[in-house]
Ligand binder design. Sequence first.
Ligand code: ARG
Length: 464
Amino acid sequence: MTKLWAGRFEKPTSALLDDFQSSIPFDQRLLACDIRGSVAHATMLGERGILSPDDARAIVQGLEGILADVQAGRLAVDMSAEDVHMFVEDVLTRRIGEAGKRLHTGRSRNDQVALDTRLYAREACDHVRGLLAALLRVVVGLAREHVETVMPGYTHLQKAQPVTLGFHLMAYAQMFMRDITRFAHARQEADVMPLGSGALAGTTYALDRERVAQLLGFARLSDNAMDAVSDRDFLLSFLSAASIAMMHLSRFCEELILWNTNEFSTVVMDDAFATGSSIMPQKKNPDACELARGKTGRVYGDLMALLTVMKGLPLAYNKDMQEDKEAFFDACDTLDGCLRTFTAMLQTVTFRKDRLYASAGLGFTNATDLADYLVEKGVPFRDAHHVSGALVGKCVREGRALADLSLEELQKAHPAFDAGVYEAISLESCVKRRNLRGGPAPQAVLDSIGRAEAFLAALDGPTP
Ligand code: ARG
């Protein structure tokens, strides 16, 4: 393909450089955005009289034809093009002649690529929010099913206090709600229209920037041409939100992997979402979770890559910035694959209530409640904690549980104990009595589920 900028050069570029600098293998993903942006630009140029109505019409029709032809497979993207912007302009000019050469009036590839990337990022944010909402819906549905399913809660991966599976799942629901909000913010950041910035110093043409923004549905205009062509913060915000969402997903995966072990055996993965071993016939591995956990590293890498690309760049545009796209697209694809697979997998897992309950009964998860019981009888918490600790020590030595101790044994440790203690330290009451907002009691979790459902319902409304 001939270079549209070849005017000042006396010889062709080295094939090595052509190959090295070409971004078409990956930025062809921007084709639809590029064409949408160019249609808006040409429409505005026509309305302003910067282009004749005939030229503007020919350009718009030509661009729409290119998009339709590429999408229908009638036009192949030319891999010898320098980038998607050059490809579209070249095809346009070949198809409609002279008018095609007028499209780039008042525009630079620097503001053009900023526009295209912002258009793409806005859609990507909406797409990821949709995927996260689908996941959140599954998590909340499972939580509702399991508001009464008692299980041990952990700190330091040591049994701590009894909770419910519904409560545990709703912890993830909070994370995913924050992620959705984070992607809404990333979208707002991308929702700024940069055309009119030119290469770096605006343009001499009397462009109607508001009109272009309106045609493309942008909320705001960029306010400094130099910043507008140098800025990739909106992609960094996307990648940050993506990294945090992957971190959440990875923790969830880690727990499912752990719960799926023979040692825990509290979750059973569906055969459709597990894989076997080529040598060990008995194996059933939770690969979906492991891969999602592993791919978290890729997304962090994408964020680190772009942060590092940007950190030393003088204003304004530098070709280094072309490196933004592969990192961004990789994060888009990774998130898409992980979220879709994980959500489908989560829908098919079976939680073993019997094992969860039995497990909650081990490890003295009710020791705090035993102390709290004494506090209710007027014993200071520090003393109560000590008494409960001593009883735990005795049980550990004798291989018993707190509920196995006789009233006599309890009263020997502290006279304030009476027969009501057994009810007070049952797993069910340990959970039910934690009935404050944010607690694990079934009613508190149902309230929290209600708020998450309201959050989901509000998402179906207009984008903030
Ligand atoms: N392919 C380039 C990129 O992705 C487009 C912008 C090129 N601008 C320039 N001044 N060379 O960044």
